[in-house]
Each structure stands twice: as structure tokens, then as C-alpha cells.
Design a protein around this ligand. Sequence first.
Ligand code: GTP
Ligand code: MG
Length: 204
Amino acid sequence: MDYRSQLMASVTDARYRQKDTSDQNFDYMFKLLIIGNSSVGKTSFLFRYADDTFTPAFVSTDTAGQERYRTITTAYYRGAMGFVLMYDITSEDSFNAVQDWATQIKTYSWDNAQVILVGNKCDMEDERIVPVEKGKSLADQLGFDYFEASAKENINVRQVFERLVDIICEKMSESIDSDPSRGTSGRSMRLTDNPPPSQQNCSC
Ligand code: GTP
Ligand code: MG
């Protein structure tokens, strides 16, 4: 059976949190975060995935880049097993910030957290600033998977989450293979079995 059909992913961006705890029919629950500069489309991406809707004007929900929210932010990273690191293909600044976001992930999250780099707004080809090749090569350099996507046109949204879940599950299997005491099948392994260690440099 496809484990994805049994999976309830808890997908979170800066403030929005969706967790359908009324549906207990799942084997694993993963905390995933969508991060990236303001306006890259994180909320839109999440709404497209969760509700299959798109609203042209969202109120900014981005707190993560602001210094006064740093304590919340570091706490937020804790326990995340996967990240969608997003930039906007029409914004060079958002692309230039990817490296910093990747450093944040490395600093504050679990070592085995999986990351997918997403160049959003690929429907805006006429305003493209970041070539596909540049996105790909940065992803290669950082060791991340890479997609271009559009929350607006519903391009690669589901695929990004499915790939993220796939690579998290691959990582879990590897960890069971290297330490069989954790269980003979992935089904016996739960998120609570392998919590990320608390960070020594976490300010909260
Ligand atoms: P913060 O909450 O400020 O961090 O922004 P965000 O990353 O959540 O971005 P948001 O989803 O609010 O989108 C910002 C703007 O980009 C909105 O006007 C969206 O309608 C638009 N937008 C988001 N995704 C796409 C997309 O795939 N294509 C196009 N053309 N516009 C998009
Ligand atoms: Mg937002």
C-alpha cells in the first residue's frame, strides 16, 4: 500500500498551522516547514496544497525574517523533519537569501531533516530573473532536491510535498537499516522515537 495515502503531514509556514487531528487514520505524522523570504508564495503554496485554492493577495504572514521573532523561529524549527525552502523566480533577492535560509536549517534543525528547494511563480516566465539552471546548480551545491513550481497555476505543488515525504521515509528506512533495534519495519518507527536533539545554540 502506498504509505502516502496513510500519511497525514502537518504542514506549517510562518504562522499558519494545519493539523487534522480528528483523522487518526495515519501511520506517521511529519512536521514540515515552508520557509523563504517574504512574498515568495509560502502561504499561497500551502493553501494550494491544503485547499486547492489561490488568492491573488494574501496578507503577509512572514515573521521568520524579523529579529524580534528569533526566539519563536528557533523553537519552530525544532522537530521539523522536512523543509520546503522557497524562492521566487522573479526575485533575485529571494534567490540570494537561499544560502542564509539553508544555514538556518543547518543551525536550528535536526541533522537528518530533508530539504527541497522550490523556485515558485514559474507561471511568470516573462518576469523571470533566476534561470532554471541557476536554481538547479544551487540545489546541487546544497545537496537538496529541486523543483520549479507555481501555487497560482498548481504546477508541482503536490509533487513537492510527495517528494519531501518520500525522502523523509527513505531516511527513516536508512536509519532503521543501520540500527535494527529501532524496529524491523518502518511501521514501528514513530516521530517520537527520533526527536531532533535540542540545539545548544538555541536561544529559547
Ligand atoms: P509572507 O507571508 O510575507 O512571508 O509571504 P508569502 O511567502 O506567504 O507569500 P504569499 O503567499 O502571501 O504570496 C505573495 C504574493 O505572491 C501574493 O500576491 C500571491 O498571490 C503571489 N503568488 C504566490 N504564489 C504565486 C505563484 O505561483 N504565481 C504568481 N503569479 N503569484 C503568486
Ligand atoms: Mg505568508
